[in-house]
Design a protein around this ligand. Structure first.
Ligand SMILES: *[C@@H]1O[C@H](CO)[C@@H](O)[C@H](O)[C@H]1NC(C)=O
Ligand SMILES: *[C@@H]1O[C@H](CO)[C@@H](O)[C@H](O)[C@H]1NC(C)=O
Ligand SMILES: *[C@@H]1O[C@H](CO)[C@@H](O)[C@H](O)[C@H]1NC(C)=O
Ligand SMILES: *[C@@H]1O[C@H](CO)[C@@H](O)[C@H](O)[C@H]1NC(C)=O
Length: 195
C-alpha cells in the first residue's frame, strides 16, 4: 500500500515537471485554436474532382499600335539569350488561331529570360476567363518555356472561382511567329483537375 502510494506520487511529480517544461516548448495535446475549424469539403463545393482539357491560342503581340506584350526591363547585358529581360503581358486567349476568333480570356502576367545558355523563359501568368460560366475564374500557370523546343510544358499551380484547388499542366506549341514583328501565336493545351 505504502509502496503503491510512493510510485503514484513520484509519477505525479514527473507529470508535474513534464507539464511545466512541455508548456514552455510544445503545445499540449488537444489544445484548441479558436481561428481554425474543420470543414466538410462538400460545404465549399468540393464534391467530384474533374479533369478538363482547354485549348486556346495565346497571342503575344509586341508590335503595332496597341501591343499586349510590353518589355518593361531590357536585358542588362549583351547576353545572346536576353538574360534578364522582363515582358509584361495581357495577351488574348482565343479559340482559333486567328486573333479575330472568339476571345475567352486573357493571359495576364509576365515572362522573363532566365537562362544564360539557351532561350529559356520563366513564365508567370493568370489565365483570366470572361466567357460564360468561367467568367471571373482564373488559373495560374507557372513554369519554364524553352521557346525553340517543339513542345513545352508548364504547371497549373492553382486557381480561383471554378478553379479553386486546381492543379495540372499546360502543353504549348508555337503556331506561328512573324520574324519581322516578332509577334507570336502559341497553341496552349491545358489539362486541369478542378472541382
Ligand atoms: C498585333 O496587333 C496589331 C494591332 O495593334 C494587329 O494589326 C496585328 O494583327 C496583331 N498581330 C498578331 C500576330 O496578333
Ligand atoms: C553591348 O555591346 C556594345 C557593343 O559591343 C557595347 O558598346 C555596350 O557597352 C554593351 N552593353 C553592355 C550593357 O554590356
Ligand atoms: C463577366 O462578369 C462581369 C462582372 O460580373 C460582367 O460585367 C460581364 O458582363 C461578364 N461577361 C460576360 C461575357 O458574361
Ligand atoms: C509580318 O508582319 C509584317 C508587318 O505587319 C507583315 O507585313 C508581314 O506580312 C508579316 N509576315 C507574315 C509571314 O505574316
Amino acid at each position: 500500500m505504502a509502496r503503491a502510494l510512493s510510485i503514484s506520487s513520484s509519477n505525479l511529480f514527473f507529470s508535474f515537471i513534464f507539464l511545466i517544461f512541455s508548456h514552455a516548448t510544445i503545445p499540449i495535446l488537444g489544445e484548441e485554436y479558436s481561428y481554425v475549424k474543420r470543414v466538410d469539403p462538400k460545404k465549399i463545393g468540393m464534391r467530384k474532382e474533374k479533369l478538363s482539357h482547354f485549348r486556346f491560342y495565346w497571342h503575344d503581340n509586341v508590335s503595332g499600335r496597341n501591343p499586349t506584350s510590353i518589355q518593361v526591363v531590357a536585358p542588362p547585358t549583351n547576353s545572346t539569350t536576353a538574360f534578364g529581360l522582363v515582358n509584361m503581358i495581357d495577351n488574348p486567349l482565343t479559340i482559333e488561331p486567328k486573333l479575330s476568333s472568339k476571345m475567352v480570356g486573357k493571359a495576364q502576367g509576365l515572362y522573363t529570360s532566365a537562362s544564360q545558355e539557351e532561350i529559356g523563359l520563366l513564365m508567370i501568368m493568370n489565365f483570366a476567363f470572361f466567357d460564360g460560366k468561367y467568367n471571373g475564374s482564373t488559373f495560374t500557370v507557372l513554369g519554364r518555356n524553352t521557346v525553340f523546343s517543339k513542345v513545352r510544358e508548364m504547371s497549373v499551380i492553382s486557381g480561383s472561382g471554378l478553379f479553386r484547388f486546381a492543379r495540372g499542366y499546360v502543353e504549348l506549341k508555337t503556331y506561328s511567329v512573324n520574324l519581322t514583328t516578332r509577334d507570336a501565336i502559341v497553341e496552349y493545351n491545358a489539362y486541369v483537375l478542378h472541382y
